[in-house]
Design a protein around this ligand. Structure first.
Ligand SMILES: [Zn+2]
Length: 273
């Protein structure tokens, strides 16, 4: 009998926990999972921000060729509720650069990519979104194209756009968690993937010889780049596959990206843009 209050408290706590987990203003934040009726009731009256993950297919050391898609797609899922955003389907084909010659890599020309991305962003605007946030997973020439297209649409359609290149933006988190700089498919990016899905990391194939430091700007350029792991700083960023650090990195990068989105949107609102 004396356990009854405890049982009641436990049951109540569980109910609150379940409620807190499932409570959201929409049944899904993914645009390809929601139906048109719920979308119409939600966008833009309750949600006017959308996250568009963009990536490409290219080699990434011992993780998956689609790492640049896996990362921003998982990031979008992790932060959508916190940033009150919907998630557009990932654009998985991109402008691969000096890793284009590797098996399974895929390169879309800028000529084809630019108008296609532009129409995707315009389509998001047409569907009611006012804040278009591009979570970009791939660097090189793609970054400049995305930024320029996002700017064009912002001007032409009077909307607000933000392009985030997460691995650069979170370089301080890389230092904080790993105590060193990262690289393309380096410890940082490999860890981010490991946190999402450890089965995508083929650790037994790894050795440090799979990595090459990126050249200092203007010193040399090789095509294809001789390694799919490119280190930002000589001697730093070799993947070490520490699951705990990987999980911490994933969480901290996402927190930083979400905070940026919330802050930029707050300032847009404040400036009445
Ligand atoms: Zn990558």
């Amino acid at each position: 009998m004396k356990y009854l209050p405890l049982l009641f408290i436990l049951t109540a706590a569980m109910a609150v926990g379940i409620f807190a987990q499932s409570a959201d203003i929409v049944t899904t934040r993914e645009m390809d999972r929601i139906n048109w009726m719920e979308f119409g009731e939600t966008v833009p009256s309750k949600i006017d921000t959308v996250l568009l993950p963009t990536g490409t297919l290219e080699p990434h050391g011992v993780v998956n060729n689609g790492a640049d898609n896996t990362a921003p797609a998982a990031m979008a899922k992790a932060i959508a509720k916190q940033t009150n955003a919907m998630i557009a389907p990932t654009l998985p084909y991109g402008i691969t650069g000096s890793l284009e010659g590797y098996p399974g890599a895929f390169r879309i020309s800028e000529k084809a990519y630019r108008p296609f991305v532009k129409e995707i962003i315009e389509g998001l605007v047409k569907n009611g979104f006012r804040n278009i946030i591009i979570l970009n997973g791939h660097g090189g020439g793609q970054t400049a194209v995305l930024q320029s297209v996002a700017e064009e649409v912002a001007i032409e359609k009077r909307v607000r756009t933000l392009v985030i290149n997460w691995w650069s933006f979170a370089s301080d988190v890389t230092q904080e968690v790993f105590g060193e700089d990262g690289g393309h498919a380096g410890w940082n990016e490999t860890a981010y993937i490991q946190a999402i899905d450890a089965t995508l990391v083929d650790q037994k194939r790894y050795n440090d010889d799979l990595a090459t430091p990126f050249p200092r700007s203007g010193t040399w350029a090789a095509f294809p780049f001789p390694s799919s792991i490119g280190l930002y700083k000589e001697g730093e960023g070799y993947p070490k596959f520490d699951q705990k650090k990987a999980d911490e990195y994933f969480r901290k990068v996402n927190e930083k990206v979400a905070a940026l989105i919330i802050e930029v949107r707050r300032k847009w609102d404040m400036a009445k843009l």
